[in-house]
Design a protein around this ligand. Structure first.
Ligand SMILES: C[S@@+](CC[C@H](N)C(=O)[O-])C[C@H]1O[C@@H](n2cnc3c(N)ncnc32)[C@H](O)[C@@H]1O
Length: 736
């Protein structure tokens, strides 16, 4: 490496200087460099304050917190030394000064570098889906909700779709309890810290073998987000699409009107997107159209890097039988500088070398060993259609994966061992381009107005239902049981879109939404003036999760608006288009009537098949609403918080059936089971083994040996030790 060479040379003159340079260079981060903000914290409004907590002192009721000042009170952190008769003695973490405050006026903080232990409390449910799994809406801080989900679903999520705050400079998001405004010098660093912490957890959720992360963003942060994603997901394929979401445009000071936003697709493992039959409106976007027919490409490389010298290991003869029907292995690689005529070729074969049409030496796509491996699997074939002796063809890795997943039917093998596919059915599917301009992706028409129609309330910046539906569909169309997570749930569009996808193909996809119960800045001012604070019912009822997300979820499933009236319209998405008709006009010259082709504006459904799905039909789905709560580890360890942990176990069990509550001895559910008392072990093991649907078991025990022996007795079942696995999971997932 050039840098190493330079340092070696420098060391000849001054070793210390060379070492200093080396330390400096190696200590630097390349790529996205930003000053990570100190560990974020959030207020745990509902947590009873106990000794040892770190807290903020709140301003008196009726007084707004001055969060825009440098000596912002929310930045002043105290530790609780003692509590007596409702009064807490507190020590200022910075100055060591001791003060007292009423416990009613302090709020506990969760710092992201310290573990918290989360629990869930059910606050509502809607059930129209029979025995389908439930969707889940969690009201809480997403950083902690993600930790909870990591406990239940590490490596199991198929798709994460998020629409985070765009950091526009308007007071549209909070960091450490403060709105991040335009003048905040650290606003990009804060946003990056905020995103990085959450995306690190999101990565743990995603299935490393095959999943996708989808993140929407606009022009304010797309560059930084792109770099952050590249840094966090170095092994993934990342692509960005530009999507028009507001055809009329939003004005920007001395800038072009903004009509679009961006969508990052981070494809992990073998993730492939489905080629779909798309409505006409996508036609303008099509870059490539493909068919189900498998493409056999030339094994000889063309284009750049296609000469022998470019990859010496890929120059060797491939042997085929004299009748050109069978493969007969391959000769050794011929090193650069050695004439190919010197290659040893058995008498009974034809040797095929990678030679370009102009006679120059080319190279194969793969090394000799890799070629032999592919050939043995049937992915290479001998083609004799050309004027040459024979050419060697192969199918690309994308097609190989589809074959391996069973997406393409194999109906036989040719004499050369190559697979024969069932690709007679010519099913035209489209891969759209990376510039989407789809009318029904308009956020105002099919986002804001839809939310307003359902719950009669406003919500800033919901996505178009159809934009989310179409985006997800590329990735979960072939996964009818997909698990989709959105941890910036907002008004709940993603869950609604998953319901629409399920309605189309009777799927059982499950959506987990997380969103906090933030209220707008204006509401905050008004409610504070009324002497209210978070945790007061009137305040909490206005928060997004309770005021928007949950009501929308219930109403859209029930098919009625918030007042109980059936929702009007259908999901076929009307689009305006021009239709030709034969009309009559008066000829201006002759004054006579004459027939002419005319055009009229008509509305027609975008997806005609969805036009039959009336919004008032709602959806055959179940959903449940939880508040995220914070638990004391000592209470958990003493087995006193089971009611709050029970929903987490139910999540891990697959969100089906009853949430299991404590029972004497043990309890067996539809998909999971819990052993509370080891004396019931034998009966428990028998019951679990008898029920094939039970894939997860929990055992409440401190004894590691007991846990291990249960694992051995329940092969094929995921066994988790309580509360050890639960506590450990939160400890591991705190930063650092
Ligand atoms: C831009 S909105 C998402 C809108 C959503 N896609 C829709 O169509 O309605 C972002 C949402 O994330 C929520 N949010 C922001 N920070 C959060 C956090 N730390 N934890 C949980 N939710 C958060 C906000 O309350 C807001 O509702």
């Amino acid at each position: 490496m050039r840098l190493e060479d330079l340092m070696e040379r420098a060391a000849k003159y001054d070793e210390n200087l060379a070492r200093d340079i080396k330390d400096y260079v190696h200590g630097r981060r390349y790529g996205l460099v930003y000053e990570a903000s100190k560990p974020e914290f959030v207020r745990m409004w509902k947590k009873p304050v106990v000794r040892g907590d770190i807290v903020n002192i709140l301003p008196p009721r009726g007084v707004m917190e001055d969060t825009k000042n440098d000596d912002d009170p929310s930045e002043i952190v105290y530790k609780v030394i003692s509590i007596s008769n409702g009064v807490a003695t507190l020590r200022n973490e910075k100055t060591d000064e001791t003060v007292t405050a009423s416990v009613d006026d302090i709020v506990a903080l969760a710092r992201f570098d310290k573990p918290i232990y989360a629990g869930l409390k059910e606050t509502g449910r809607v059930e129209r889906g029979g025995d389908k799994p439930y969707h889940v809406v969690i009201n809480g801080e997403n950083y902690h909700a993600l930790q909870t989900l990591v406990y239940a679903y590490q490596g199991q999520v198929d798709c994460i779709y998020i629409d985070p705050p765009y950091n526009t400079g308007a007071t549209d998001w909070k960091y450490n309890n403060n709105y991040v405004g335009k003048d905040d010098k650290y606003r990009h660093s804060k946003w990056l810290t905020f995103m990085e912490d959450r995306l690190r957890l999101a990565k743990k959720l995603l299935n490393p073998k095959d999943s996708v992360l989808i993140v929407t963003i606009d022009e304010k942060e797309y560059l930084r987000l792109g770099l952050l994603l590249e840094q966090l997901f170095p092994e993934a394929d990342i692509q960005m699409v530009s999507s028009a979401i507001n055809g009329k445009g939003v004005s920007r000071d001395s800038e072009f009107f903004r009509v679009n936003e961006y969508i990052f697709f981070v494809k992990i493992g073998d993730c492939l997107f489905s080629e779909l039959s798309l409505p006409d409106e996508w036609l303008g976007n099509i870059k490539t159209s493909t068919t189900k027919q498998v493409r056999w490409g030339s094994l000889m490389r063309s284009g750049t890097g296609a000469d022998r010298k470019d990859s010496p290991g890929c120059f060797y003869p491939i042997f085929i039988s004299k009748d050109k029907k069978e493969f007969r292995g391959a000769g050794e690689v011929i090193p650069i500088g050695v004439d190919r005529s010197t290659a040893r070729i058995p008498d009974d074969v034809i040797a095929i070398f990678p030679i370009h049409d102009d006679g120059t030496e080319g190279r194969w796509q793969y090394s000799r060993d890799k070629f032999l491996e592919l050939q043995a699997k049937g992915y290479a074939r001998i083609s004799t259609y050309t004027k040459k002796d024979a050419t060697i063809r192969y199918i690309s890795e994308g097609w190989q994966k589809r074959v391996e997943r069973g997406e393409i039917e194999v109906i036989g093998k040719g004499p050369d061992g190559s697979l024969i596919f069932n690709d007679e059915e010519y099913d035209q599917k489209y891969i759209p381009g990376n510039q989407w301009w789809i009318n029904t992706h308009d956020a105002t028409e099919f986002g804001s107005k839809l939310v307003q129609k359902i719950i009669g309330k406003r919500f800033s910046f919901p996505k178009s239902l159809y934009a989310v539906h179409d985006t997800l569909r590329f990735f979960v169309n072939n996964k009818p049981n997909a698990l989709v997570v959105d941890f910036f749930g907002g008004s709940g569009t993603t869950l609604h879109a998953v319901n629409l996808l399920n309605a189309e193909d009777c799927g059982q996809r499950k959506c987990i939404l997380v969103t906090n119960n933030e209220i707008s800045e204006d509401e905050e001012i008004s409610l504070t003036a009324q002497g209210l604070r978070p945790t007061d019912e009137k305040w909490d009822d206005l928060g997004i999760a309770r005021y928007v997300t949950w009501p929308r979820t219930v109403c859209s499933i029930e098919g009625q608006d918030i007042k109980g009236k059936p929702l009007k319209g259908d999901y076929g998405r009307p689009i305006e288009t021009y239709q030709e008709y034969e009309g009559e006009i008066i000829d201006p010259v002759t004054g006579k009537k004459k027939r002419k082709k005319l055009f009229e504006k008509v509305k027609r459904p975008f997806y005609p098949e969805l036009a039959d799905h009336k919004m008032s039909d709602g959806f055959r789905e179940n959903a449940i609403f939880f508040d995220l709560e914070y638990l004391e580890p000592s209470v958990v360890n003493a087995d006193l918080a089971f009611d709050r942990i029970a929903p987490i176990l139910w999540l891990a069990g697959g969100c089906k059936g009853e949430i299991l509550q404590r029972q004497k001895g043990y309890v067996i559910g539809e998909t999971y089971a819990v052993l509370f008392d080891p004396r019931y072990k034998t009966r428990f093991v028998d019951a679990v083994l008898e029920n094939k649907e039970i894939k997860t078991s929990f055992i409440v025990t401190d004894a590691a040996e007991r846990y291990r022996s249960l694992c051995a007795e329940l092969p094929g079942c995921r066994v988790m030790q309580l509360y050890e696995s639960y506590l450990r999971s939160f400890e591991i997932n705190a930063i650092g």
